[in-house]
Design a protein around this ligand. Structure first.
Ligand code: ATP
Ligand code: MG
Ligand code: MG
Length: 377
């Protein structure tokens, strides 16, 4: 079988690796020039996009910001999964909020802003602590602005002056004082069967995911069930096929959905060695119409992103239960270069391993890693 993935980054690479034992060949489309490339070497393959679409059993995406003309061409083949409209929900916060509302899924209080004068009304109704998000093309915290008090509203308006809000409106959200960030990664097959992984707890650093711990500590069956219910409402409501990630804020007993990612997700990378069937294999199984794999966790895991750094000692692999996944990209500031998965029998042991890991990573966000290690221990 053959699956063509739009986007030729690390997620396509990891889907390729997951496809090998199943005899599923993954090819990638570099959306910068429409070339069809090998997902690991990135070298062009000897076929053009039209031929690759014809030869594929399924088409899918590794990120939601694929140019619409490419999505249209892909959708015309009737092989694109998840569907184009579901991919666009993940790419456009206006569609995303509409979906959440139509399915009655709790989310952050927000307003749609198409004219900067509407920001005054936002402060009146939502309060003075706001997060302003471009409705399209944002990721890793890019395309976001914050208001922390009313006196800075004019300055904020000034900095938003140049935006074309007719083309890309803003979603203005109330800043939520959440207890923590959780994500639910799950998969739905063509028959509508759904499997959800245990919740992951996500720690961010400067707007980027830094560490995920899964199963998230202190999640009782009730909370896990509630998150699974939200996932099922969304995935079934969208008639979704493939892996879907749902980012949530936990506020006491309440779960608010922050955003959706219509694809395999960074907060699901721990599944590579921390679950029976990882998210990459399950995505391929779903889009190829194969039975889904077991999503149970094996012990407890942490995933640590390696961001903007290429030189560290591979001796970190001496930590028992650690695995390095390197993406082979040129080092750039804030770029996700790879990740490390660490498995342990319990949280205390995981804390020890994270503390040990922090000794190998000369990263600026290291205090946070040590803090997390202390918390788990
Ligand atoms: P991603 O890389 O996850 O796609 P993104 O750029 O799409 O990121 P969001 O996930 O919407 O952006 O926001 C990034 C982070 O900012 C969140 O993980 C959270 O820490 C914080 N954040 C976003 N919205 C809110 C909110 N309404 N209240 C408080 N914090 C928020
Ligand atoms: Mg996002
Ligand atoms: Mg996010």
């Amino acid at each position: 079988m053959r699956v063509l993935i739009y986007g030729a980054g690390q997620l396509a690479q990891m889907m390729y690796l997951a496809g090998c034992p199943l005899g599923i060949e993954v090819q990638a489309v570099d959306v910068k020039d429409d070339s069809v490339v090998h997902p690991v070497s990135k070298l062009p393959l000897e076929l053009n996009l039209t031929q690759a679409i014809e030869a594929a059993d399924a088409l899918s995406v590794e990120f939601e910001h694929v140019p619409e003309r490419l999505l249209e061409q892909a959708a015309a083949s009737d092989k694109l999964l998840p569907s184009m409209s579901n991919i666009l929900i993940g790419a456009d916060r206006v569609r995303e909020k509409k979906l959440l509302e139509s399915l009655n899924v709790p989310n952050c209080a927000h307003r749609l802003v198409t004219d900067l004068t509407q920001l005054d009304e936002c402060v009146e109704s939502l309060g003075e602590r706001l997060i302003i998000k471009a409705s399209r093309d944002g990721y890793d915290g890019y395309g976001q602005w914050r208001l922390t008090d009313r006196s800075k509203l004019d300055a904020l308006k000034q900095s938003l002056q140049g935006l074309d809000l007719d083309a890309v409106p803003l979603i203005v959200e109330q800043m939520v004082d959440f207890d923590r960030e959780l994500s639910m990664v799950g998969v739905r097959d063509k028959q509508g069967n759904i499997s959800t992984y245990p919740l992951a707890e996500n720690l961010h650093y400067k707007g980027q995911l830094h560490v995920s711990v899964a199963p998230a500590p202190e999640v009782d069956t009730e909370l896990q069930k509630r998150a699974a219910h939200i996932f099922e409402t969304l995935a079934s409501g969208m008639d979704y096929v493939g892996v879907l990630a749902v980012e949530m804020f936990q506020c006491g007993d309440t779960l608010l959905v922050n955003e959706l990612a219509p694809r395999v997700h960074n907060s699901g990378h721990w599944t590579q060695s921390g679950s029976v069937t990882d998210q990459f294999e399950n995505h391929l199984r779903a889009v190829c119409g194969l039975p889904l794999g077991d999503v149970a966790a094996i012990g407890v895991s942490a995933m640590v992103n390696i961001i903007g750094c290429g030189s560290f000692s591979r001796e970190l692999l001496s930590i028992k239960g650690s695995h390095l996944h390197w993406y082979g990209k040129t080092v750039r500031e804030k770029r996700k270069m790879g990740h490390i998965n660490v498995g342990a029998a319990d949280y205390a042991e995981l804390g020890d391993k994270l503390a040990a890991l922090s000794q190998y990573l000369p990263l600026e966000f290291f205090p946070k890693l040590e803090k997390e290690a202390r918390r788990l221990r």
